[in-house]
Design a protein around this ligand. Structure first.
Ligand SMILES: [Ca+2]
Length: 693
């Protein structure tokens, strides 16, 4: 189980050969294409001033009539027939440092290009070792109280190119509020810790990966280095190895300090972005031309945040399974701890410390029964029975409930049936939290096969199968415990390392203390909350906490005009099963954005000019599940920003741990969905279109 994963970039590194621009044929719709044959990265040339280029057209006769221009200069004579019909290949000399724009014209005098490709020739740092070392004493950095701890040239390896590794702090030694009365001051002494990696061969771009969980460590900054991006990241202003008070939700104890909340919400990203860009400008004597942000989970919230609060800082943003409506989401964590807890109590399943043990309310096989019921109810509604629900908004509780009821045990519970309590409780959770006063503070959930799902091509819907995906239950229930008498609740939604910390110390004002991290202390708090009181706390302020946790962290603004006006492009991918964040919350946010942007349910085009949402059937939190969950969204946003080509589909591939390894599907811009054309293999995305619902 990946907890609040630190950016999908790590999981998809193998796909990065797609490169900065499109290595795949560009402008295929015209029948013409340009490809770079450079290796190892098609569109990033790190040595020399030439690149192998292939152009293709509908026929040999037509391709011989074309003109290829690089930066406006005709370079057609560099290409020759290569033996394939309608195809010319050759080496084009004279790349300039930086971006080189190739355009293909159908005729020598045509003015409208039929294909386009950008190839970057690297900016090279002369005397990189000395230049890197000099950054250690860089002055005039933009943020006060910045300290550079080290600046070291790191030799290239098979995986990462030579780069300058710069490590530093901002506001180190800041003493915050005491996290609990007996805590040592070292626990509430803070710094914003950051790291920048600046490759010697640079593509002119800046890149920042988001964090994960409740942050507290610097995410990896190596994922895009081989493509030439200069990267920077930060720990969000607290360190899980330092700022962890066992009486203040452990690593969530930073939430007892207001400035640490502000740093976590947005400030650490702001100051690290400014610092990282300034370091790049010093090293390369040139400011970045484009800047990108990418993250999943909490990193996804950070991605949404930069489009809302720092609208000029980034040109392209990828937000994966984002933690938007973060404060509202916590009502779901609290509510689930209570309703699942009530089910556990009714089953007389208790933990080591005597709390209801949510972990054992459903076996993996029970969840797989529900997954199968969802498919029975909704798989065919998209026109193809393939184990995927591509029209999830039609898969309502009213549609699913009869299939669940059909699973109800006649007599005693067996592995092939569900108790009435199990069915009722799961429906409650999927309908979303309701408070004692009748408020509906969050959303229901999206019925989707990824509540469980097979992790192999072998049928797992038998009472004894063990190959069942467990990411969803990891968030909601925790893994099934072999011996309840020695077990504790481990659901990530309501234990101290994740949602529980957020619901006690990070979001409510004042913070709820003590929030003991040991002996299920945080879980016990959540199970005992009055949900109306909890909501009031998320909106609370005091003299010491002048802005509420809700307003700092909700990140749900539905006007992105400054970001759009800046030219920013946003790609969101939203798993339909998800983990901590409701897919319906994202759909509602996007619909509201569209309505505020002059769109309607029949017309998403105004919003799709700069923000596109891609639902991912079957996918669990930031990956896994019975899903085509392997994809890399960054190249699509780069194409959009730099070439003006919006993503009409993102191709996802099913990983090995699915019923159909290697299957591909188009992920479609909401509200369209992947619809089978009716012919050809159902395992190939090429036989699917993105259709209106
Ligand atoms: Ca289907």
């Amino acid at each position: 189980m990946r907890l609040f994963a630190k950016g999908r970039a790590l999981a998809v590194a193998a796909l990065l050969s797609i490169g900065l621009g499109a290595a795949a044929p560009a402008a295929a719709a015209t029948g013409y294409s340009i490809r770079s044959l450079n290796t190892p990265t098609a569109t990033f040339v790190t040595a020399g001033d030439s690149v192998r280029i292939n152009i293709a057209g509908p026929s040999t006769a037509l391709i011989l009539r074309t003109a290829l221009r690089m930066n406006g200069v005709n370079v057609t004579s560099a290409l020759q027939p290569d033996g394939s019909s309608g195809s010319l290949t050759g080496t084009v000399q004279g790349l300039q440092v930086g971006d080189n724009v190739f355009e293909l014209f159908a005729g020598k005098t045509a003015t409208q290009s039929v294909a386009k490709l950008v190839v970057v020739r690297a900016y090279l740092v002369p005397d990189a070792s000395a230049a890197c070392a000099a950054l250690a004493s860089a002055s005039a950095l933009p943020i006060a109280n910045t300290v550079i701890t080290s600046a070291t040239l790191v030799a290239g390896t098979a995986n990462t190119p030579e780069h300058c590794n710069v490590v530093g702090t901002i506001n180190a030694g800041r003493v915050g509020y005491a996290s609990s009365p007996t805590a040592s001051p070292s626990v509430y002494t803070y710094a914003i810790k950051w790291q920048a990696r600046l490759p010697t061969a640079w593509n002119g771009r800046f890149y920042m990966p988001g964090g994960g969980g409740t942050d507290g460590s610097i995410p990896a900054t190596t994922a895009r280095l081989s493509l030439g991006y200069a990267a920077a990241a930060n720990d969000s202003g607290h360190d899980n190895n330092v700022n962890t008070d066992p009486l203040a939700a452990g690593p969530g104890s930073f939430g007892t300090d207001y400035q640490a909340r502000v740093d976590f919400a947005y400030n650490a990203i702001d100051v690290t972005t400014q610092t990282g860009k300034a370091l790049a400008a010093l090293l390369y004597a040139k400011s970045p031309t484009y800047s990108y942000f990418e993250g999943c989970s909490m990193g996804g919230r950070e991605a949404m945040m930069v489009t809302q609060r720092l609208p000029n800082a980034f040109d392209g943003v990828v937000a994966g399974d984002p933690a938007i409506k973060f404060a509202s989401m916590l009502t779901h964590a609290v509510y689930n701890s209570q309703v699942f807890g009530q089910l556990a109590a009714s089953m007389s399943v208790f933990s080591r410390t005597g709390l209801p043990l949510v972990n054992n309310t459903y076996t993996n096989q029970d969840l797989q029964l529900i997954s199968k019921a969802v498919l029975d109810a909704c798989d065919a509604s998209d026109g193809l029975v393939d184990g995927m629900v591509n029209k999830p908004l039609q898969c309502t509780t009213a549609v699913v409930r009869p299939k669940l009821d059909a699973l109800q045990c006649i007599g005693a519970k067996t592995p092939t049936c569900l108790t009435a309590g199990q069915i009722d409780t799961m429906v409650k959770v999927y309908e979303g939290p309701i408070t004692p006063s009748g408020q509906r503070p969050y959303y229901g959930w999206m019925w989707d096969a990824g509540i469980a799902g097979c992790t192999s091509a072998v049928d797992c819907n038998t009472p004894t199968a063990t190959n069942i995906a467990t990411n969803w239950r990891g968030w909601k229930l925790g893994n099934f415990a072999a011996n309840p008498a020695t077990a504790e609740n481990t659901a990530s939604d309501f234990t101290s390392t994740r949602g529980g910390a957020a619901a006690t110390t990070i979001v409510p004002t004042p913070p709820v203390l003590p929030a003991p991290a040991a002996n299920e202390g945080t879980t016990a708090l959540l199970m005992g909350y009055n949900l109306d009181d909890f909501i009031a706390g998320t909106h609370g302020t005091t003299a010491a906490f002048p802005v509420s946790g809700f307003d700092l962290l909700e990140t749900s603004a539905t006007t992105l005009s400054p970001f759009a006006a800046h030219g920013g492009k946003l790609v969101i991918y939203q798993p339909q099963s998800g983990g901590p964040f409701s897919p319906l919350a994202m759909v509602d946010w996007y619909r509201t954005l569209n309505a505020n942007n002059g769109g309607s349910e029949a017309d998403y085009s105004p919003t799709q000019q700069y923000a596109r949402l891609f639902m991912v059937p079957g996918m669990q939190h930031c990956g896994s599940g019975p899903s085509t969950s392997t994809f890399d969204a960054l190249p699509s946003v780069v194409q959009w920003v730099e070439n003006g080509t919006p993503p009409e589909r993102i191709v996802g591939t099913a990983p090995a741990a699915t019923p159909w390894p290697g299957r591909t599907r188009p992920l479609c811009p909401f509200p369209t969905y992947a619809q089978y054309t009716g012919s050809g293999s159902i395992e190939s995305e090429s036989n699917f279109v993105c259709a209106a619902p």
